[in-house]
Design a protein around this ligand. Structure first.
Ligand code: 13P
Length: 250
């Protein structure tokens, strides 16, 4: 099954709108004409407008890093799917390990956010991954299965077509440690088998599973050569347009 890769940047809490404009001015010529993969840059909410305007007419899609599960309401500080769509944002990261860890996001919250994002027509990038203690205790498979089951719960297969999952082992995020292509490929096949159970085999085989965790220009090629790895979710190395472009053009 051919799966077009998705090369996605996650800026996390970096950059102002002015810095976003400069970034796209520098990035776009470096990825102009790139057709092999899809490209998305997930920016802080306040940069969405600047990013959408700057990337207009290019092959780069713009994403957010979070959303609320309700359409509207008294939820101070939150942003809805409808607001993201109105900003012409097309992608959204859900359940990043930093949100699970620092903002107490549970599998149930991830599930609610995922339903909302899919219903709004956004392309969700759902993050799953084990922490170091879990890997050392041989719990990786259990953790991945639990997180996937929780995220996918009661979502009809007809709604899940755009779903993207990112495998981000927490011990590899921002640490310079990367999962070996083989470890990543093993985790990806666990995720794909869980998607097959929750949805359907056909959807699971078509679903893109990205790898995230210290992806850099010098390891992108070996990771992206794995047939099970359908793209990357890049943190630190995505902040510099040259280094993100080098990853995209691995
Ligand atoms: P780093 O690429 O900085 O390790 O971050 C990965 C990540 O968390 C992407 O969402």
């Amino acid at each position: 099954m051919f799966r077009k890769k998705l090369m996605a940047a996650n800026w996390k809490m970096y950059k102002t709108p002015a810095e976003a404009r400069t970034y796209f001015r520098d990035l776009l010529p470096l990825v102009a004409g790139h057709k092999r993969d899809d490209i998305a840059v997930c920016v802080p909410f306040v940069c969405l407008n600047a990013a959408v305007e700057s990337a207009a007419g290019s092959a780069v899609s713009i994403g957010a890093q979070n959303l609320h599960w309700d359409a509207e309401g008294a939820f101070t500080g939150e942003i809805s799917a409808g607001m993201l769509v109105a900003c012409e944002c097309t992608h959204v990261i859900i359940g990043h390990s930093e949100r699970r860890r620092y903002f107490a996001e549970t599998d149930d919250i991830v599930n609610r956010k995922l339903k909302t994002a899919l219903a709004a027509g956004l392309t969700p990038i759902v993050c799953v991954g084990e922490v170091l203690e879990e890997r050392e205790a041989n719990l990786t498979e259990d953790v991945l299965r639990r997180q996937c089951r929780g995220a996918f719960h009661s979502i009809p297969v007809t709604m899940a077509e755009k779903l993207v999952v990112a495998y981000e082992p927490v011990w590899a995020i921002g640490t310079g440690k990367t999962a070996t292509p083989q470890l990543a490929a093993e985790a990806h096949s666990i995720i794909r088998s869980e998607a097959g159970k929750s949805f359907a085999q056909e959807l699971a085989s078509a679903m893109r599973i990205l790898y995230g965790g210290s992806v850099k220009p010098d390891n992108a090629h070996s990771l992206m050569s794995q047939p099970e790895i359908d793209g990357a979710l890049v943190g630190g190395a995505s902040l510099d347009p040259k280094s993100f472009a080098a990853i995209v053009n691995y």
